[in-house]
Write a protein that binds this ligand. Sequence first.
Ligand code: ADP
Length: 427
Amino acid sequence: SDGDDGIAVQTFTLEQEQELRVETPARGEIKLKLVDGTAEVFGAEIAVGQSITCVSGRKLAVFTYHGATIEVRGEVEIAYVAGETPMVSYANTHSVLNAKRVAAASENSSEAEGPRVMCVGPTDVGKSTVCSILCNYATRAGHAPLYVDLDLGQGAVTVPGTICAAPIDAQIDLEEGIPLEMPLVYFYGDLTVNNPDYYKHIVSRLGTMLDERSKANEEARAAGCVVNTMGWIDGVGLELLLHAREALKIDHVLVIGQERLFGQLQQKLKGTDCQVFRLQKSGGVVERTPEYRRASRDRMFKEYFYGATGELAPASQTAYFSKISIYRIGGGPRAPTSALPIGQAPSTDPMRVTPVVPSTSLLHSVLAVSHGKTQGDLLTSNVAGFIYITEVNMMQKSFTYLSPCPGELPSNVLLSGNLKWLGEDVK
Ligand code: ADP
């Protein structure tokens, strides 16, 4: 039916343990409201009367343990009720993990660690969704786990091309996503791993920071972490997963939807103190097309610079080449020779830090602002944030950039990779 304002309104009644799966069209937005009962979206509870806005392309499920009435306003791509979901098994997984948190928290003077969990599987099986559910359930049980995202292409924390960790101390906001206040971010600089040594290096750095955090803070130690991974699971991809498992001292690996990977990991991890579990893939998970992935990456960049709801007004600023240093890590095959000093051959050392001579090829690049002070620091430093180059002026020897923070950059040491964003197209 249509509401008073002419917008389509549909009402769905869910029985216990059912979910309403909704896809928002590529252009347009819809609103979901819990009219009656209890419900949650990927583990985040919604209150009766609360309305959630879903932006273009968003796909989600409203699940209820006890029954609910949901109102959907706006034109949907699709909306249907499903009775078969793996939610109960996900909740049971949470109970196992939470028991370990409670035990770790109650042991006095102990070194006892909470669970360190890693979700693995091919792309589009619901890894990120399971991570959200587990983090949300943990916060609802009073713990604040660290959410770690190792997925370069579809990471959910800052911008694509990075690996990040952020403490989750409240349910993930259904409209704004994971809070950006205190993420620990390492810059990889590309959407796929073509320099496995450097990727492993930053994952190991993140592991060290995780251990330091555990040592310094008992609550953090008991809460543990939930790690999302890339969907690359064969060959080098599998090697990277096993490396991350070790570097982050993961003790629970959750394999979603792939028996073969489950078997492989069980075999590889035999004799370690790591347990491998298999979780069912939800029938609601939607396969994403390459266009959809590109659009969601563009949205991540846009949200970083303009805010989730467009609330930031990033200032356009100018930097002179003489005042900044730009570096690139590794001799990846895609490093343009134009980015190297004249006469220097592209390096093949994966960990080599090379100065980048500013040129017009920086246009539309997203660069990281490193906490590293010297060239030597760069490999081990995390980054403060990102800038987006909107103009390069070779006459003035300067470039213009957007930064979400007004004022001077926290550092004049920048890292460049292969991240480009055609910002104007998505505004
Ligand atoms: P992965 O991390 O394995 O690539 P995601 O967790 O990102 O997969 O899920 C893929 C897409 O499916 C996302 O857009 C997500 O919101 C959607 N999705 C996941 N579970 C459901 C569900 N039960 N109902 C509807 N959409 C879902």
